[in-house]
Design a protein around this ligand. Structure first.
Ligand SMILES: *Cc1c(COP(=O)(O)O)cnc(C)c1O
Length: 426
């Protein structure tokens, strides 16, 4: 079968010219490098700044200057309700009902807040299941919650080892773990896309299996949100959390997000409460008794950071216009092209860790450099010098993530040519 791809500049440029989403690139600031734009493959770590972000922040600074405290009630988007102005587009991008999502805090904070409500260990059912090699925050968070409840991680933390060649996890392995340990697992906490391997998980299948065993299910969507079209409501997960500075382009340290399934919207779940989670209609009566706003809003603690929400709000408008489904279609093409280049032109230098099945990954390819760490570091530095920006994961992996909002086929080809040039010169 002939390949749909070609490793020529003419072919890559033709793809870019025919790309229906190509104009979105102009809505972003591409970090410059020497004589032109860099080739930025780091949207999985820090997404790029939208051109609209500066004006959005400056508008709120202006209101602050002109209105002072009145900015809570006046201005185009009064601060009192500001988090609600991101809600619909946030719900759209994660496939949730508006009542199920809230932009608040940061990922780590939200993970703890959600576990306060959804990790309720008992003497018989106290374990948390995570994947081996989880992101440090996730591991620290579940471990500290286990200890906080008086249990011991050595008995209550189950870290599921990958059963597939590159350390990825099959759904069958998750099913086996649940069959073996399900009755003592209180919470299954897995990623949407694993940060190290780039593997995408089947949220609905996992939730179905875990619920069958009576476990609560939460997902960390740090690398999934804005990357894959999600159907969080239909997945039936109990909760999810994410950050907004990766594919969502919310800016460094942007406000994170949380999802609480609508079946919990009215439930009197235990939680750590704050005034902004109190029923909006009676919040300013300042009464002593906490009455949560129904839905995810009821988990808010504080009045939100407006200057941090502003770039997220305009970024989510871009996602709304582009459409997460159309972005995914382009992403499949871009990452497919990158994969083809690596497998066909660079098999003597690079080995892809991320699953080959497109439905089991997002934009990112985690690529192991053959020959170990010194080779890997040398190649990584060679790429950085040429303005090709991926990121490095010890001991020998480069993560390359073409983001469909601003990356081009030409970027993927430039990466491949630079790797080839490096190898041929060594
Ligand atoms: C990026 C990332 C984090 C970072 O958490 P912050 O609270 O935003 O610092 C946590 N977990 C995973 C899986 C991540 O990918």
């Amino acid at each position: 079968m002939s390949s749909p791809y070609e490793a020529t500049v003419a072919w890559a440029q033709a793809q870019d010219a025919a790309d229906p989403l190509r104009a979105f690139r102009d809505e972003f600031l591409i970090p410059p490098h020497e004589h032109g734009d860099s080739h930025y493959f780091c949207g999985n770590s820090l997404g790029l700044q939208s051109r609209a972000a500066r004006e959005a922040v400056e508008t709120e600074l202006d209101y602050w200057g002109e209105l002072g405290v009145e900015g809570h009630f006046k201005g185009r988007l009064p601060w009192m309700d500001y988090h609600e102005f991101v809600r619909d587009h946030l719900a759209e991008v994660v496939g949730a009902q508006p009542i199920e999502v809230v932009a608040m805090n940061t990922l780590g904070v939200n993970l703890h807040l959600m576990m306060v409500s959804f990790y309720r260990p008992t003497p018989d059912r106290h374990a948390i299941l995570i994947e081996a090699g989880a992101f440090p925050t996730d591991r620290y968070a579940v471990e500290s919650q286990i200890r906080y409840h008086g249990f011991s991680p050595s008995l209550s933390l189950i870290e599921l080892e990958g059963d597939e060649p590159n350390g990825t996890l099959s759904t069958a392995a998750i099913e086996r773990a649940l069959a073996e340990h399900g009755s003592r697992i209180a919470l299954v906490m897995l990623p949407g896309v694993q940060y190290r391997t780039g593997q995408a998980f089947d949220l609905k299948a996992i939730t179905g299996l875990a619920h069958k065993h009576g476990c609560t299910v939460g997902f960390d969507l740090a690398h999934a949100v804005g990357n894959l079209p999600l159907q969080l409501h239909d997945s039936n997960a109990d909760f999810a959390i994410w950050c907004s500075y990766k594919y969502l382009n919310g800016g460094p340290g942007a406000v994170g997000g949380a999802f609480v399934h609508s079946r919990h919207a009215q439930a009197a779940l235990p939680r750590f409460a704050g005034w902004w989670g109190h029923d909006k209609h009676t919040r300013f009566q300042m009464g002593p008794d906490f009455e949560p706003t129904p839905g995810a809003d009821g988990w808010q603690l504080s009045n939100p950071p407006i200057l941090s929400l502003a770039p997220l709000r305009v970024s989510l408008e871009i996602f709304h216009r582009a459409g997460i489904q159309r972005l995914r279609e382009k992403s499949l093409q871009l990452t497919g092209y990158l994969e083809w280049l690596v497998r066909n032109q660079l098999a003597d230098v690079l080995d892809i860790v991320t699953p080959a099945e497109p439905e089991r990954r997002g934009a990112q390819l985690s690529i192991r450099v053959l020959g170990g760490r010194p080779q890997g570091r040398a190649l990584f530095e060679h790429l950085v010098e040429r303005g090709i920006i991926g990121d490095w994961r010890e001991p020998d992996v480069i993560r390359i993530s073409p983001a469909p909002l601003y990356n081009r086929f030409v970027d993927c080809l430039t990466f491949a040519q630079a790797v080839r040039g490096w190898k041929d010169a060594t």
